[in-house]
Ligand binder design. Structure first.
Ligand SMILES: [Zn+2]
Length: 250
């Protein structure tokens, strides 16, 4: 059976999540400000909490992100919760539900824009949102969560010269490590844009994993620098129709 394009609720994914390790992608949590273009990338605190409650009830745990690429040592189902871009609304609306359901999450940060806004989005007319500053990131880490790199400035990496791409990948790692005093071992390709040369740079920089925007669960044979994810977002109206039609099918 074909899976929905986006993750909204566990039911349609239950079977697929048993065949490999799932990773969910979130961007923003909480109310949508006026004028937002990509509305589906906001998930309300209520829906987020519902999704966590459902995963908790189904027995899922969230080990440290580095363990996602290691073979399972028990039958307990694993899942990873990832947040792209480092928006401060994730701290504001996500921390309490994550604590309540005892889940760990990782935020991929744009290292040159901490405490600033999503400038890369604003160029396409998207509403501005605050990105976590260093002290908010320390709060996030103190709560037991993780961080990774999402480059310095959120470019399309394959469109850059090799030297500039190298700088985005290497310098963001160093900058975050210097600021927060811990290794930064996980990377996320902005826009899911990468090729073999970019992946090689990510490997050379010493990252252990890298997330893409390719949909699917991760098998033990997966290249850890090409992890698949499912985007969590609101269910679109057309998707809702589709599922109600499927349920009505004899
Ligand atoms: Zn991003």
């Amino acid at each position: 059976m074909a899976l929905p394009g986006y993750y909204h609720t566990l039911a349609p994914f239950r079977e697929s999540f048993q065949t490999g390790t799932p990773i969910l992608t979130y961007h923003k949590l909480g109310p949508r400000p006026f004028g937002v273009r990509l509305k589906g990338l906001y998930v309300s605190e209520k829906l987020f909490a519902q999704q966590l409650a459902e995963l908790r009830a189904a027995g899922f745990i969230t080990p440290p992100f580095a363990e996602m690429i290691q073979p399972a040592t028990s039958a307990v189902p694993r899942i990873a919760l990832t947040f792209d871009d480092g928006f401060s609304n994730v701290l504001r609306h996500g921390l309490a539900p994550l604590t309540r359901y005892q889940f760990r999450a990782i935020q991929f940060l744009v290292a040159d824009l901490l405490g600033k806004t999503n400038e890369w989005d604003a160029r396409s007319g998207e509403a501005r949102e605050a990105l976590m500053d260093a002290s908010q990131i320390r709060d996030w880490l103190a709560a037991g969560h993780e961080i990774g790199s999402h480059t310095l400035t959120h470019p399309h990496l394959t469109r850059l010269s090799p030297n500039v791409a190298r700088e985005e990948i290497f310098a963001s790692k160093k900058k975050l490590e210097d600021l927060f005093g811990r290794p930064v071992e996980h990377f996320c390709y902005p826009y899911g844009d990468y090729n073999e040369a970019v992946r090689e740079l990510v490997a050379e920089a010493g990252y252990r994993t890298a997330c893409t925007t390719v949909s699917g669960v991760n098998l033990p044979t997966e290249n850890p620098l090409e992890l698949k994810r499912h985007t969590a977002r609101y269910q679109s109206l057309s998707l809702k129709n589709l599922w109600s039609r499927l349920r009505l099918r004899p």
